[in-house]
Design a protein around this ligand. Structure first.
Ligand code: NAD
Length: 506
């Protein structure tokens, strides 16, 4: 970064004022004081109060009433879809403002936060269309009945999201939950409390009846735990770390409440010798270092075939060194600051552990030098090699810009190493041999396989994971039905009197 700090058309006055959104009304939270700071320079965005116990209870009580209100409950799918279309338009009309708020809140580049805001709008549009066109089934009758399989709302849904891509992960839960006819209580993370409140403003302006959405930024052990434990919550949708996911799943199991978990990852990327190496290089850089590596699906374990290991790694290291680390508002920036000083310290600690276990840091491995970085949460894109697949850096999620490279000899070896990890989120394969790529895809236990591309998404394609990376699917029709209760109806079609009690037809 050179010269003056880039500016935006928006100012701090455009940030939400920090009041939380409880059942259609913005009000001061009753919980602890929290701060949102700009990761690029540590300057204050807002001091606000997170949600407190009473806020959670009020939101749940209002949600229960709203979901039973005939105005909402009796809407036909196309009528309910209309609310989602209006929210989609509101999001699309406010992309620049949302992007500014999210970049101030999380430090992500404006380019990225614009894309996330647009993806939130498309998510609402997609689920509106999916709702309008979703079919229920007449199942094959095995008696004198018509048998129907129908989908009905669950009731009140808790949606708990992390700080790394808030508006997109919020929309991914709130849109299908509302489409399915539920009320939703969204709990954003305390490190990124503001963008969810802007989302609430847009939803309120779209005219969604009060009570159907509350947005309660707050701590996991306070707001999150209270939501997970409340008997009124009929479904929990969680995105976050694996440890917290386990704790939530255990609590949900005690109440037999359905839960979906989108958790951590340590995704393998495999480069075969016949790959288009320019294409692979570009995809690997994007898949690892965009979002500054703060991405669950970051391709953080790179397996390169031994015949091209040295030459490809050399190119990768040079290209990584050339990445532009800088201010989130600078259009040239590729790697922006991390979310929080504590998170930078965590990332640095993983790199120290890798060094202690014999890893060679080929590039990065420190904060960048320079006055322009001094106040921000910057960490250089980092590549490590020289360790085996059992090293800590190969096993644990760093959730920052740190890639570890390993050589392999055969497809069988690389499949075994790819699967030898607790996580099962995603995998990338780079090769011109599609049959070989599909065979590797079948053999790896991950929710997504990208072939000659990486970190690409479609709202109409289900997303989810295996092993410690989670369970359940978001997006696609499955993502809508996940928020519905499936119910079977048997309707007599011949006016049959069941003979068992000896009663005859009148
Ligand atoms: P985190 O698990 O610490 O927090 C996630 C959310 O859960 C936050 O809102 C937090 O306040 C809340 N929470 C924490 N403890 C809780 C509790 N006991 N009860 C209820 N809620 C609680 O994760 P994070 O640091 O915010 O996010 C990073 C993690 O999220 C990484 O592991 C990343 O891989 C994962 N993630 C996964 C996906 C995916 O789709 N698989 C997407 C994005 C992020």
């Amino acid at each position: 970064m050179t010269g003056s700090v880039p500016v935006s058309d928006f100012t701090l006055d455009d940030l939400p004022d920090g009041r939380i959104f409880v059942a259609g009304t913005f009000r001061q939270g009753q919980g602890a004081e929290i701060e949102s700071r700009f990761p690029a320079d540590g300057s204050l965005n807002r001091v606000m109060r997170e949600a407190g116990e009473q806020d959670v209870d009020d939101a749940i009580a209002a949600a229960r009433l709203a979901v039973e209100d005939a105005h909402w409950r009796d809407l036909l799918p196309h009528q309910r879809a209309d609310y989602l279309y209006r929210i989609a338009r509101g999001l699309a009309d406010n992309v620049e403002r949302i992007a500014f708020i999210q970049s101030r809140d999380t430090g992500k580049t404006l380019k990225e936060t614009r894309a996330l805001a647009m993806s939130a709008a498309s998510t609402f549009r997609y689920f509106a269309a999916a709702l309008e066109t979703m079919e229920e089934a007449i199942t094959p009758a095995r008696g004198p009945w018509m048998t129907l399989s129908r989908f009905e709302p669950i009731g009140v849904v808790a949606a708990i999201t992390p700080w790394n891509s808030p508006i997109a992960s919020d929309a991914q839960k709130v849109a299908p939950a509302l489409a399915a006819g539920n009320a939703v209580i969204l709990k954003p993370a305390t490190w990124s409390p503001l963008v969810g409140l802007e989302f609430a403003r847009i939803v309120a302006e779209a005219g969604l009846p009060p009570g159907l959405l509350s947005v309660l930024p707050g701590g996991g052990h306070t707001v999150g735990d209270r939501l997970v434990s409340d008997p009124a919550i009929g479904r929990i949708s969680f995105t976050g770390g694996t440890k917290v996911g386990h704790a939530i799943a255990e609590k949900a199991a005690r109440r037999l409440v359905p839960v979906s978990l989108e958790l951590g990852g340590k995704s393998p990327t495999i480069v075969l010798p016949d790959a288009d190496l320019d294409q692979a290089l570009a995809g690997i850089l994007y898949g690892m270092f965009s979002s500054s590596g703060q991405s669950c699906i970051a391709g953080s374990r790179l397996f390169i075939h031994s015949s091209i290991y040295d030459s490809f790694l050399e190119r990768l290291v040079a290209a990584t060194r050339a990445l532009k680390v800088g201010h989130p508002f600078d259009p040239a920036t590729q790697v922006a600051p991390l979310i929080h000083p504590t998170h930078v310290a965590n990332v640095a600690r993983w790199v120290d552990i890798a060094r202690a276990e014999g890893g060679r840091v080929l590039v990065g491995g420190a904060a960048p030098d320079g006055a322009e970085y001094a106040q921000g949460n910057y960490y250089l894109p980092t590549i490590i090699d020289g360790v085996g697949n059992s090293a800590t850096i190969c096993r644990e999620e760093v959730f920052g810009p740190v890639l570890v490279a390993l050589p392999f000899e055969t497809d069988a070896d690389v499949i075994a190493m790819a699967n030898d990890n607790q996580y099962g989120l995603a995998c990338g394969v780079w090769t011109r041999d599609i049959v070989r790529a599909l065979a590797i895809g079948r053999a790896v236990t991950t929710g997504t396989v990208w072939i000659n591309t990486y970190k690409q998404f479609s709202i109409s394609t289900p997303f989810g994971a295996d092993k410690e990376s989670g369970m359940g699917r978001e997006k696609g029709l499955e993502g809508l039905r996940a928020y519905m209760r499936q119910k079977s109806y048997y309707i007599d079609t011949v006016h049959q009197v069941i003979p068992w009690a000896g009663i005859t037809a009148g």
